[in-house]
Design a protein around this ligand. Sequence first.
Ligand code: NI
Length: 169
Amino acid sequence: MARKLMTYPAEILSTKAVPVENIDESIQELVQDMARIMYDNRGIGLAAPQVGEGLRVIIFDLSGPDKREGLMALVNPEIIHKEGQCDSEEGCLSVMGYKSMVKRAEKVRVRALDLEGKEVLLDADDLLATCLQHEIDHLDGILFIDHISRLKRKLYDKKVSKWIKNRKE
Ligand code: NI
């Protein structure tokens, strides 16, 4: 079955993903599917749980959503250093119709594997730093709406329940 975008409150989005042990053809295929789904939905980053796979894989392309020139895939990414603090305005393809400011570290260092299984170290700031934190959060079952105030979250959850109810009727 073709993979598709999972949206909140799908359970996989709040489930911790497991590390990839073998970067084989199935992982290459997963990354291709993720890229297709990310570009189709005009996103700049996506994590495997968002397409229904509980594996520690993320992709991003900050040249997007109009260009498709900077696609990168990271396997088993880990934040090994954080510095500073900033406010970032975030949305998420899996969290429909919502944006909010989120507190993030200003700079991060990420260690991961590329699709050849080679270790990569990324020092990121600005949009790349917030994007990496957002996507790696997904791998731990955390959405950006888990970082907003309880009141804002309640209002959003109310909206979502209404959408789900309308869909059923
Ligand atoms: Ni997201």
